[in-house]
Design a protein around this ligand. Sequence first.
Ligand code: ZN
Length: 207
Amino acid sequence: MKTCPICFRNVDEGVSFHEYLFEEDIICGKCRHQFVENKKIYHFENLEIHAFYLYDDFLESLLFQYKEAKDIALKDVFLWKKKEEMKDIFRHHECVIMPSFIKKVEERTFHHLDCMLSCCEVSISHCLKKTKNFKQSSQRGKQRQSIENVIEIEEKPPSEFYLFDDVVTTGNTLKAAAQLLNKDKLTKAYVFSVHPHFVELCEKERL
Ligand SMILES: [Zn+2]
């Protein structure tokens, strides 16, 4: 019996007949049905952002369990259903991941984005570096803008690339990365999930 790494039930639990026949999965149907797909594309500054899922309480606790409780057994659950799509998207582009502060990675013992992408067969670029432990959710107002001061180019960036991150909340990290790597050109970014705050921000900008 295969066990769901999220809830520890049998992976066949809650799986529809169609899913059972045609869709191989590593998590159970009950957990799978809690992933809410996102089809919208967001335009923000010089970025075109594609997000696979909507960030909600379920994904918040799943990411917390993975990143803060250091539960590396969850690494494949995030992009499992998107791995073929990711392979296609990044076929001719390197995947520039948003950097983590090195001490944070050491403390966690793994890079959460590296591991999250390991099921996708994409070529990962670590050309960006974070020089300070800077958590945007704990920053307010103008301080939030200063994320661009803590991201640097560490090694030569690939000529063809798209950006990747797990959650887009303010868009400032992706924006800073795009400005560093691509100046004023349009940059495409792919994210695992989009926070409702960002959806609201983009809707307001369009008004
Ligand atoms: Zn489950």
